[in-house]
Structures are given as structure tokens and as C-alpha cells.
Design a protein around this ligand. Structure first.
Ligand SMILES: [Zn+2]
Length: 509
């Protein structure tokens, strides 16, 4: 009898718990009342993409240190672009919930032609596309939810044990309050604006929070975000965090730029009731802001860039509704503001035929081109349909470090540490020296522009005219498979991987 009663209680309890889960599920794809792991996020995104194929497109923009994909979700149909990201900081992972919920709400709003807090979703998303990166730091987020077991790489686990043991990191609450990436580096103190001066917490080794790294942009997550940011013409950037109910907006703008960013900040503050930092009408002379993503984007890419702080320290996913309230329409506000300021940015920077940045002036554009593009790429600047700058890409020499690994086993075959040629974003190695390494004998038929390389197992025929490569009986076509420069022949890393069945891994940085 006792056993039966117990069983009944267990069954009842189970039903109650189930009821609660169902009730909070909102009947949608995204359940924001739970910690969202990398796996839940990727499955949510897949479902959203399936549900709204006309409106949502996804892309992988890079991999984290522990080899998780950093995913970009593009929402909308317009060519005016806005960028919003979340979970730079592991313990602020609820910003991923906010973003996923935004995506679902906005997509539903578009399809149902409904308004969100007065914003006409369809009208806005026909003009604007929002590029969301819901989880910049997936390894860190998974650690705060799943613990150390979530670290896949044995090497990273070893490094991680050292970080946790290190006395400096105990200054903070370890464990689930982890803020850094899984290598103990704070991804929002890594950015190359004022990075040298960054010493707010006096931490000079990897730690659970606040360590800026040994050099700027050293982390894979930061590199992926940098590439995304410089290769798309975003007009507004926003990074979602959760330490206070604040808007960090001021990045040393002056004149018109200052008025522009103040105006948007005022509107954000009216929508969210968050406090602008510094106050709009009282910017202290000594106000400093540096080494964060918003600092770097605002100063280097010269657009309004905001750090939004959505919650106080003590909260859980159960408090989602309250935290979400100010964020509900914020993405739409950014979309509307991007349309408002668009006309001020009429200098287009075009790389290899693609629009990559917009600026207010020729000088701003030129500064960007000189700092963030390499000389092997074709660049144009256009203002009012007139070409105001043009550069034809040409090959350049670069010192590189490569490891050539056997495919499958990953065994190191050889390390390659010398000069290479860069052209159109590809890397080319001196052909003779490389083939020598693989014991291949080389013949060049000048009139035919054909290279033939041979050893006891393989014969390779390469055409200098069209880049085609024949390996025994297989053929591949690569644009720029081999090229001739300064009387010497070079072969692309892609072609090397194909011919010798190897993997080339960069040892740079
Ligand atoms: Zn943060």
C-alpha cells in the first residue's frame, strides 16, 4: 500500500512538473525560460530557419576555441544592415535567450503583418536585415550550464585546470559565474582600441573573468567577430550584456557624429528606461571607454555602437519576461534608426565587387581601406555613383608558418616556415621547393605552359593557362591553382591539399 501511495505521488509530481514546462513554453520554437546551451541554440535556429525559410538565413562565421560553430542568423529582406550580438560573456548567457526570442517574435510579426510596440515589423524587415550572432562565446556558455564535462579538447581541459587552480582567478566567484572564453580570456577586453591601457582589474593571466589576453584579437571568437564586422556594411552595432540597466553609447564622437549617436541613445532610453552612460548632457572630460567590441566598432568603423546592459546581477531564466520587456522592440528600433541615418553614409567601400563598408567621408573610407584591407584585393570607393578611389589588387609576399598534416591521422609531415605569396585572399607556396619536399620530380613545358610532376606513386599535370590540375585520373579546376610571379611558380594551398591528400594548418598568431 505504502508503495502504491508513493508511486501515485511520484506520478502526480511528474504531471505537475510537466504542466509547468508546457505552460512556460509559449507554444513557440524558443523556450527562453531555460538555460540555452549551444546544442539547444543550434536546434532552435534550425527550426526557425525551417519555419521561416523566406525570412531567415544562417551562416557559420567561425569556430570557437573548442570547435563550436559561431552562428550568424540573418533576419529580413532589406539591404540596410544592423548587427546585434549576445553572450560575449558566458555568465550573461540570457542575452542568447533574448536574441532567439527576438528572432522568433520578429519573424512571426512579419508573417502575421502585426506590430510590436508600434513598430511595423514587415515594413522594417522589407528594408532592413538584422544580422544576429546569438552566442559569441559558445564554449563559455556551455561551461556555465554543463560544467567541465562540456570541454571537448583534452588540451583545453588541461589548460582549464591550470586557470581554475590559479590563485588570481579566485578573486571572482569561480564555476558557474565564469565570464571569459574557455581559455580564460575576456572576449570583451580583447579589442584593439586602447587595449594597451586596459588594466582595470590587474589580472595578467587567464582567469574566469577580466583578463584581456596576451595580445589583442588573439582569440578565435574575436577574429570571427572582427571579420564579420569589417566585411559587412552595418550602420548600427549592438552588443547585449547584463550588468546593470544601462546604455553605453559614448565613444569620443564629436560634432554631427555626436548628435547622431545622442539622438539614437535618447530613443533607446525612452524605449527601455535604461540610463545612458555617460549622461547625455553631461559627458565628463575624463570619460574613458576602451578595449570592448563597441569601442572598437565605433572608433574603427565609425558608426553608432551600443553596449546594452539588460539585467541586474541576481536573476535566472525564470525572470525572462521581465528582462525581455525592454529588449522586445529594441532590434526594430535599431532597424528604424539605421534607415534614418543611412543617407549620411554615402561613401561605399567595395571589395572584389562586394559592398563591405559605408562611411560619411572619403577620408574615413581611405583610413579603413589602408588599415583593414590587404593589397591583393581590388578596392573601389564610390560616392553618388562616381568612382572616387580605385586600387587593383596585386600579389604580395608574406612570411607564413604552416603545418602540413596527414589527412585523417593529423600526423605532422612537415613544418613550413618561409615566404609565401598572397593573392585574392589565397596563399601560394613556392612550387619547386614544395614538390621537392614530397620527392616529386618536376618538368616545365614552357610552350605548352604545362607542369608535370612525378614520383613513383603519382603523376600530376598542371596547366598555367587555366589552373586545371590533373592527379593521375582525377581532375579539379581551381581558379588560381598555380600562378607565375617574378619568374617563379607558386601553387595554392588548396591545390597542395588536393594533390598530396594533406591538411595545411596555419601556425600564425
Ligand atoms: Zn558583459
Amino acid at each position: 500500500m505504502k508503495k502504491l501511495i508513493m508511486t501515485c505521488i511520484v506520478v502526480l509530481l511528474f504531471m505537475v512538473i510537466n504542466e509547468v514546462t508546457v505552460a512556460s513554453n509559449n507554444n513557440g520554437i524558443v523556450d527562453p525560460y531555460q538555460p540555452i546551451t549551444y546544442e539547444i541554440m543550434t536546434s532552435n535556429i534550425k527550426e526557425l530557419e525551417k519555419e521561416f525559410p523566406e525570412l531567415i538565413e544562417t551562416e557559420v562565421i567561425g569556430q570557437s576555441a573548442d570547435d563550436r560553430d559561431i552562428i550568424l542568423v540573418k533576419l529580413g529582406k532589406g539591404d540596410t544592415l544592423v548587427h546585434i550580438n549576445g553572450s560575449f560573456h558566458a555568465r550573461e548567457r540570457i542575452t542568447t535567450n533574448i536574441i532567439l526570442k527576438n528572432i522568433e517574435d520578429y519573424a512571426n510579426g512579419y508573417v502575421n503583418n502585426s506590430k510590436i510596440l508600434g513598430y511595423d515589423v514587415k515594413e522594417l524587415l522589407d528594408e532592413v536585415t538584422i544580422f544576429f550572432v546569438p552566442m559569441v562565446n559558445p564554449d563559455g556558455v556551455d561551461y556555465t550550464i554543463l560544467g567541465k564535462e562540456s570541454i571537448k579538447s583534452p588540451l583545453l581541459r588541461e589548460e582549464f585546470d591550470k586557470i581554475v587552480e590559479h590563485p588570481q582567478s579566485t578573486w571572482f566567484t569561480p564555476g558557474l559565474r565564469w565570464k571569459s572564453n574557455i581559455r580564460g580570456i575576456d572576449l570583451n577586453r580583447q579589442w584593439d582600441f586602447g587595449w594597451d591601457e586596459e588594466s582595470r582589474f590587474d589580472i595578467d593571466v587567464p582567469a574566469d573573468a577580466h583578463f584581456k589576453g596576451f595580445e589583442p584579437h588573439s582569440e578565435a571568437e574575436v577574429k570571427a567577430m572582427e571579420k564579420l564586422s569589417i566585411s559587412n556594411p552595418f550602420l548600427i552595432y549592438a552588443a547585449y550584456h547584463t550588468q546593470g540597466l544601462e546604455i553605453y553609447w559614448y565613444k569620443y564622437q564629436q560634432g554631427e557624429d555626436l548628435e547622431e549617436v545622442k539622438d539614437i541613445t535618447r530613443k533607446i532610453s525612452n524605449l527601455t528606461f535604461f540610463r545612458p552612460v555617460p549622461a547625455l548632457n553631461n559627458i565628463p572630460q575624463n570619460f574613458r571607454s576602451f578595449s570592448g567590441y563597441a569601442d572598437w566598432t565605433a572608433v574603427e568603423l565609425k558608426k553608432p555602437s551600443f553596449t546594452m546592459e539588460f539585467a541586474y546581477r541576481q536573476y535566472s531564466e525564470a525572470d525572462f519576461d521581465k528582462i525581455y520587456e525592454p529588449a522586445k522592440a529594441l532590434g526594430l528600433l535599431f532597424a528604424e534608426e539605421a534607415l534614418n541615418i543611412k543617407g549620411n553614409y554615402n561613401v561605399e567601400v567595395i571589395m572584389e565587387g562586394e559592398l563591405i563598408q559605408l562611411f560619411k567621408s572619403y577620408e574615413d573610407g581611405l583610413e579603413f581601406v589602408e588599415k583593414y584591407t590587404t593589397e591583393d584585393m581590388d578596392i573601389q570607393m564610390i560616392k553618388n555613383q562616381e568612382i572616387i578611389y580605385q586600387r587593383i589588387g596585386k600579389p604580395y609576399f608574406d612570411d607564413i608558418k604552416l603545418m602540413i598534416n596527414e589527412k585523417g591521422t593529423g600526423d605532422i609531415m612537415t613544418e613550413y616556415n618561409e615566404e609565401a605569396l598572397r593573392y585574392k585572399g589565397k596563399t601560394f607556396l613556392p612550387l619547386e621547393r614544395l614538390f621537392d619536399n614530397f620527392d616529386m620530380e618536376l618538368h616545365y613545358y614552357k610552350e605548352l605552359k604545362l607542369m608535370v610532376a612525378q614520383n613513383k606513386d603519382n603523376i600530376v599535370v598542371m596547366s598555367l593557362n587555366n589552373g586545371s590540375i590533373y592527379l593521375n585520373h582525377d581532375k579539379i579546376s581551381l581558379d588560381n591553382g598555380i600562378m607565375r610571379y617574378d619568374e617563379k611558380l607558386y601553387i595554392s594551398t588548396e591545390a597542395v591539399e588536393f594533390i598530396f591528400d594533406v591538411e595545411l594548418n596555419s601556425l600564425e598568431d
